[in-house]
Design a protein around this ligand. Structure first.
Ligand code: PEP
Ligand code: MG
Length: 400
């Protein structure tokens, strides 16, 4: 297939930060994609290209200039071929020359073109191309936002209501009910209720257990639900090699004990980034402690990078991996990261970023890859709800 770049423009993400939206064409077919942006990032993520003023002007020129010219004279048979070409064109290990944001916007929009050309839904094209078995992911709904996404009003970045009903439509309905009920509970607990970056509630509790007590009430009310968290512990690191939560310092050992107690006390399903990216030993120890009972998920430590995932598998640092396509910068490498994780018998959770757009690619990706779960934020923002809504419509495409 010949691919032509129609244009690329800067659009605001959910935090009003500029990001890229790219439109491609092949004959009569047209497709576009926009890319998200993280705030609590891993040091080894592929590089999002931003100019000093925070704009994405250089990344946009790379799409409409060098990339457009390079792909214009060739034919590509699949996203795999296109991604391999773009990776070589960039020539750096972290996509810092052309920009992971520039490359990913082309990679995703081209994937849509290939799916259109094949006459199949996007999730089906992804599964056929990468040899995965599609299935419905559990919803990891970030109902209470803290950490860097909410001015550290709560120490933990994400308090997640995990829902795994028989169908996605039922899961979404349960998530909706739970989200509304939690809102009512929080209003009676505090006058100081805000919303965080990911469309979840953001109360300010000094009592560490409080959010888990409230989530437990929801879990007791709704079947097939559980609690998950993302500590995003890079953000909790203090100057003396430990961690600080609500003004209290913890060594890695003390923090590990806190997680073991937490998982023993409340109905937990998963713990993401319990330690910083440089503290892999603590990841391994915690996984040995609680890995039979819950998922221990790596995010900033693995950054959707197949090589880093391989390393984590060798070190038994976790038993599940978060997958964010923009951490690695192409659809094919994100798919490779999923397959590497699954080949170890580990689970994947596909994830949005805290700065999001209305692009719902992650929903098709999670479904097509057969991921264990999808993390797409709270229900208080349209850009988050759209991902869950897309999943409900995929379910209808499957039954037609
Ligand atoms: C995360 O840490 O899992 C997350 C979604 O946040 P961000 O996009 O800020 O990395
Ligand atoms: Mg995370």
């Amino acid at each position: 297939m010949r691919i032509e770049i129609v244009g690329a423009r800067s659009i605001p993400d959910s935090r009003e930060k500029p990001t890229i939206e790219t439109t491609l064409r092949s004959g009569e077919l047209e497709a576009k994609a926009s890319v998200p942006s993280g705030k609590s990032t891993g040091a080894h993520e592929a590089k999002e290209l931003r100019d000093e003023d925070g704009s994405v002007s250089t990344a946009l020129s790379n799409v409409t200039g060098e990339i457009a010219e390079a792909i214009s004279t060739r034919e590509f048979a699949s996203t795999k071929e296109l991604d391999a070409f773009l990776i070589e064109l960039d020539g750096t290990p972290d996509k810092s020359r052309l920009g992971a944001n520039a490359i990913l916007s082309v990679s995703i929009s081209a994937t849509r073109l290939f799916a259109l050309q094949a006459g199949v839904p996007l999730w089906r094209y992804l599964a056929d191309t990468y040899g995965t078995t599609p299935s419905a992911p559990r919803l990891f709904v970030n109902v209470m936002n803290g950490g860097a996404h909410a001015g550290f009003r709560l120490p933990i970045q994400e308090h997640i209501f995990m829902v795994g009903e028989a169908t996605l439509t039922e899961s979404f309905a349960t998530a909706e009910r739970g989200f509304a009920e939690l809102g009512e509970m929080l209003k009676s607990e505090t006058d100081d209720l805000q919303m965080g970056d990911e469309g979840g509630y953001s109360p300010a509790f000094a009592d560490f257990d409080k959010p888990f007590e409230l989530l437990t009430k929801l879990v007791e009310k709704h079947q097939n639900t559980a609690i998950a968290i993302d500590s995003a512990a890079n953000e909790l690191r203090n100057d003396h090699g430990g961690y600080t939560l609500i003004g209290k310092d913890y060594t890695s050992e003390e923090l590990r004990k806190l997680y073991v107690d937490l998982v023993g006390k409340f109905p937990f399903h998963a713990v993401e980034d319990p330690f910083a990216e440089t503290d892999s030993k603590s990841f391994t120890e915690l996984t040995a402690d609680i890995g039979k009972q819950v998922l221990v998920i790596g995010d900033d430590i693995t950054v959707t990078n197949p090589k880093r995932i391989e390393n984590a598998i060798e070190e038994k640092s976790m038993n599940a991996v978060l997958i964010k396509p923009n951490q690695i910068g192409s659809v094919s490498e994100a798919a490779e990261a999923v397959k590497k994780t699954h080949s170890a018998g580990w689970a994947t959770v596909c994830s949005h970023r805290s700065g999001e757009t209305d692009d719902t690619f992650i929903a098709d990706f999670a479904y097509g890859m057969g991921a264990h779960g999808i993390k797409a934020g709270g229900l208080g923002q349209k850009v988050r709800r759209e991902k869950y809504e897309r999943l409900c419509s995929i379910e209808k495409e499957v039954t037609i």
